[in-house]
Unconditional design. Structure first.
Length: 333
């Protein structure tokens, strides 16, 4: 860690080096974040979101700091970085001792009604276009592979099973369209600060909550991604954790039908398959490709289990299937 360069950039004298990218000084922890693909405008939005959450009482928020030139982006050892800071002494409140469902609901509640406009990080109303574009790109690639024939086992599986995952993706898009056409947003549907991909580790308490994890979106985004992670990581034991999560979340924010349907549309989208294919065909590492081949093979074997998860999902949320006030795709009834 180049202490002299950091002092010149931020006038911070390092007291304790915690890792290659983290240090402590003056009662704060600081985190150096690589930012080569980020703009000043985007980081301004992340700063506004961080300050908003901090002002509402959310604990452990890492806040982007400006350098001595009034910029968020700094040239540090030949790379673009942003420095994030958080106070080291934080009173306990809705913290790690609380269930993650309660923590997330409180985070969402505090993340609403921002005073500053969010443009580059907003995903509101964009799901359909983003999903269609992503699926169309892979479908065109699949059509090309069908002509040239598979060169290895991964390509064989991709060619054979893409139509199944294409069907799932089309179901997700149609369910999203039907939801936006048939249902009306309620109080729980206010846009808020969410995560690009929410997971258990996003609320890790060691160094705080990172604004580079965030987007501005509908809260169902985080609910769906956490549910997907639980299924993927705990395929045999996710039931209890998921029931507890939604019970805790709904104590703070009751869901509308619109929320539940958006959540379900997102779960229908075969994001794991899309990411596996995209990463495989862009990676230059043979080790990564072998790992992804095993993953795709495993996911294909478990398609019936994921369909079962989709069929029982609302039971886990706490709504018996016969009491659902809206329809799910017929093949999942």
């Amino acid at each position: 860690m180049d202490e002299h360069a950091l002092f010149n950039l931020y006038h911070i004298k390092i007291e304790t080096v915690l890792s290659k990218t983290k240090f402590a000084a003056g009662g704060y922890h600081f985190h150096i974040v690589p930012a080569a693909n980020h703009s000043e405008e985007e980081i301004h939005e992340r700063m506004h979101m961080a300050n908003h959450l901090h002002s509402k009482g959310e604990l452990g928020i890492l806040i982007p700091l400006q350098n001595q030139h009034g910029k968020f982006l700094s040239n540090y050892r030949g790379s673009q970085i942003v420095l994030l800071g958080v106070a080291t002494s934080m009173p306990s409140e809705v913290g790690a001792e609380s269930g993650i469902g309660l923590q997330l609901a409180t985070f969402h509640y505090r993340g609403r009604y921002l005073n500053n406009r969010i443009d580059s990080l907003s995903r509101i109303g964009q799901w359909k276009d983003l999903w269609e574009r992503r699926i169309d790109q892979i479908e065109k690639f699949w059509q090309g592979k069908c002509v040239t024939h598979p060169q290895n086992e991964f390509e064989r599986m991709f060619i054979e099973y893409f139509p199944y995952y294409l069907g799932l993706g089309e179901n997700a898009i149609q369910y999203l369209v039907d939801t936006e056409k048939d249902d009306y947003p309620g109080e729980s549907d206010i846009a808020t600060i969410c995560h690009d991909r929410f997971c258990q580790d996003c609320f890790g308490v060691e160094f705080g909550k990172n604004p580079f994890d965030w987007v501005y979106d509908h809260p169902s985004r985080d609910l769906a991604e956490w549910s997907r992670e639980q299924y993927n990581n705990l395929p045999n034991t996710y039931h209890y954790e998921m029931q507890k999560f939604f019970q805790d979340y709904f104590r703070v924010l009751l869901p509308s039908n619109f929320t539940l349907r958006l959540l379900y549309a997102r779960l229908l989208l075969p994001i794991n398959f899309l990411e596996t294919v995209e990463t495989y065909f862009t990676s230059q590492s043979e080790n990564i490709r072998h790992t992804l081949e095993d993953k795709l093979h495993d996911d294909i074997k478990k398609t019936s289990y994921y369909e079962k998860f989709l069929k029982e999902f609302f039971e886990l949320v706490g709504i018996p299937k016969q009491q659902l006030p809206f329809r799910v795709p017929e093949w999942l009834i």
